[in-house]
Each structure stands twice: as structure tokens, then as C-alpha cells.
Design a protein around this ligand. Structure first.
Ligand SMILES: [Zn+2]
Length: 240
């Protein structure tokens, strides 16, 4: 693995396909041992973790949030974290996972990028969540009216120059929604948002070597969901 910046840039997508390098994986081992030494407050089943999220979302959607004292547990949280789920969410300002699922500090390990797509960077963070923090659940969370999906649909239908690095979003989102856009029909945006979630949830679940192995062992479940801006509800996708 070459450290030259230009080579590193060129190899980003290859790296995504290959998963963590042996060097990076070996760096996880002492951290994993450290995590093992602490009580595992997040040692719940994937289904139990998902239930906690969905129950929290029901509270949020009905505007009955649980009372929170953020000072409670602050000292303990300074020493360690035990999140019950990792969320790959869009960066959209209207989607705030801790609020959407009515969870507190330390409960969710959130990775956010416009378009909630998997990249080498987001994969590395998710692998840390699984391999070191031992989250039992990963959720890829899309949302209605997603600007990243709208921009990609527009680009597929009528290519036009985009400023700066916004191309990276379109390039990353396009593979998951291309068929839906080409098929046309009603509700193209909604179908594309769902397809993007499904595509990336599938990629997360099969990402080697850390997450796919954890899925195989039954230690982690990967799910997809779409957050409805207008209702506050999270709707599960039928994925892994
Ligand atoms: Zn979005």
C-alpha cells in the first residue's frame, strides 16, 4: 500500500472493494481487547436494538419524547461508549438520528454523508463500530425529499456540470438508482430513495472482512429504512 497522496486518491474505490487492509485491521486488535475489558452495556441482540430504535421513533413521531437529563452518565461516557446501533444517515439538516429515534448521547454511532452511501471512509467508521464498539445493528437511513437523490436523478436524465466535488455524490449514488430512473414511471424519487437505501445496505452487509463476518456470525444485523420528513416516521425496508 503506497502512502503517496495521489496513489492514495486513486486507490480509494479499490480500497472500498478490498475492505480494510491488514495494517488497518491489525490496528483494531488492541482496541478490541480494550473494549472486551469493559462491561458491554450494548450487549443486546440485533432485534432488541432495532426494537429500541423503532420504539424511540414512535415516541418521536407522536411528540412524546422521553425525559432526558444529559448530565447523567456524562462522567461514565467520558471513559467509554456503548452504542446500540450504527446509523449511516444522510447529512440533511432535517434528519437528526438521535432525535428521530429518541436516543441519548452514547446510544448511536452516526456516520453521515449526503446521500447516505457507503464509501471507504464511511465503511472504515462502520467497521470500527462493529469491530471495536460491537454495535449489534447497522441501519442505512435514507429520507424523503433527499436532495442528493434528486440531484442524481437529474444528472442521469439530463447531464449537466456540477460544481466542486458534488460529482462525488452523484457518482456514488448513481449505481444504486440507475435502473429505477431508467425505468421511469410514477414516484421515481420515492423509488430511487428506497433503491439507494437497499443498495447501500446490501453493500454494508457484504463488506469484507469485518462486517460480513459479523453478519455471518449473527452478531450484527444490517437493515435499511427511510425517514419520512412530513410524518417523522421511520419506515423499514425489506432488506438483509
Ligand atoms: Zn438527503
Amino acid at each position: 500500500m503506497c502512502d503517496h497522496p495521489s496513489h492514495a486518491l486513486q486507490s480509494r474505490r479499490q480500497f472500498l472493494g478490498a475492505g480494510l487492509s491488514l495494517l488497518a485491521l491489525s490496528a483494531l486488535i488492541p482496541l478490541r481487547a480494550f473494549a472486551d475489558a469493559a462491561p458491554a452495556q450494548n450487549a443486546v441482540s440485533p432485534d432488541a436494538a432495532l426494537r429500541r430504535l423503532l420504539d424511540g421513533n414512535a415516541r418521536y413521531a407522536s411528540n412524546k419524547l422521553g425525559a432526558k437529563d444529559f448530565s447523567v452518565g456524562r462522567a461514565a461516557r467520558a471513559k467509554a461508549q456503548y452504542p446500540i446501533a450504527a446509523i449511516l444517515s444522510c447529512a440533511d439538516s432535517r434528519v437528526a438520528p438521535e432525535l428521530v429515534f429518541d436516543q441519548g448521547p452514547g446510544d448511536l454511532f452516526v456516520v453521515r454523508v449526503a446521500g447516505n452511501y457507503l464509501s471507504s471512509d464511511s465503511l472504515a467508521s462502520l467497521e470500527y463500530a462493529v469491530g471495536v464498539l460491537k454495535v449489534p445493528l447497522i441501519m442505512v437511513l435514507g429520507h424523503t425529499e433527499c436532495g442528493a437523490i434528486k440531484a442524481t436523478i437529474s444528472e442521469i436524465k439530463q447531464p449537466a456540470p456540477l460544481p466542486g466535488h458534488i460529482w462525488d455524490i452523484v457518482d456514488a449514488v448513481r449505481p444504486g438508482i440507475d435502473k429505477v430512473v431508467q425505468a421511469g414511471g410514477d414516484n421515481m424519487l420515492g423509488n430511487a430513495i428506497g433503491a439507494n437505501v437497499d443498495y447501500n445496505a446490501s453493500r454494508v452487509a457484504s463488506a469484507q472482512p469485518v462486517i460480513s463476518e459479523a453478519v455471518k456470525q449473527g452478531n450484527v444485523r444490517v437493515v435499511g429504512a427511510v425517514y419520512e420528513l412530513a410524518t417523522g416516521k421511520v419506515l423499514m425496508r425489506q432488506t438483509a
